[in-house]
Design a protein around this ligand. Structure first.
Ligand code: ADP
Ligand code: ZN
Length: 195
């Protein structure tokens, strides 16, 4: 990070990339360091992301940190305590369009806001509100997974089951990391051919 001159200055950090790229691990790493430094931290995730745990952020590698569930970005803003210095938010792509405005408001209040989220959906399209958040963030970290087909850096999330829902919470085998070459958006729409 750059040297911060004004003690009350807040900012927005975004960690973004495909599934399995290490976004949650990186978010947890930053939040743990803040907790070790005895900074006041609050951690949020959207209410319907209950894949692994409803009161923790959990990475695919089973790193975990306690979190609060919120219904939407307005609820998140209301839950932030005045003394909180650092705000962590996971699964930013599952929030509404007000998330960038709420993050801006919190950063303007002097808080450090760290958001992790998918940059693209299963069709490779920008996943709102992450693009809007990227535009207003001071710091952006793009994470890449490893393509499970060829081993190249993977920037895509391949859906392996037939569904055209934008939000399809992933159980084991629902998604895998693929590179540009091995990613197939048509397969994402239709699921794998029957064998
Ligand atoms: P994200 O939040 O971006 O989905 P996580 O932080 O939850 O990612 O998980 C990252 C971890 O996922 C890695 O450290 C590794 O243990 C595991 N993983 C599973 N598949 C892959 C893959 N194809 N490439 C890289 N890591 C993978
Ligand atoms: Zn590949």
């Amino acid at each position: 990070m750059d040297i911060v001159r004004h003690p009350q200055t807040g900012w927005i950090e975004v960690i973004t990339g495909s599934m399995f790229s290490g976004k949650s691990e990186e978010l947890i790493r930053r939040l743990r360091r803040a907790q070790i430094a005895r900074q006041k931290v609050q951690i949020f995730k959207p209410r319907f992301d209950t894949r692994y745990s409803d009161d923790h952020i959990v990475s695919h590698s089973d790193m975990r940190i306690p979190s609060q569930q919120v219904a939407d970005s307005k609820d998140l803003l209301e839950q932030v305590l005045p003394e909180t210095e650092i705000i962590g938010i996971d699964e930013g792509q599952f929030f509404d369009q007000d998330l960038p405005g709420v993050c801006n408001q919190l950063a303007n209040m002097g808080k450090r806001v760290i958001v992790a989220g998918l940059d693209q959906d299963y069709l490779g399209k920008p996943f709102e509100p992450m693009p809007q958040l990227l535009a207003v963030a001071e710091y952006i970290t793009k994470t890449l997974a490893i393509c499970v087909v060829c081993g190249n850096p993977a920037n895509h999330t391949q859906r392996l089951v037939a569904s055209q829902d934008r939000v399809l919470l992933g159980a084991q085998g629902t998604y895998e990391a693929r590179c540009r070459h091995c990613y197939d958006p048509e397969l994402s729409k239709a699921g794998p051919a029957p064998v």
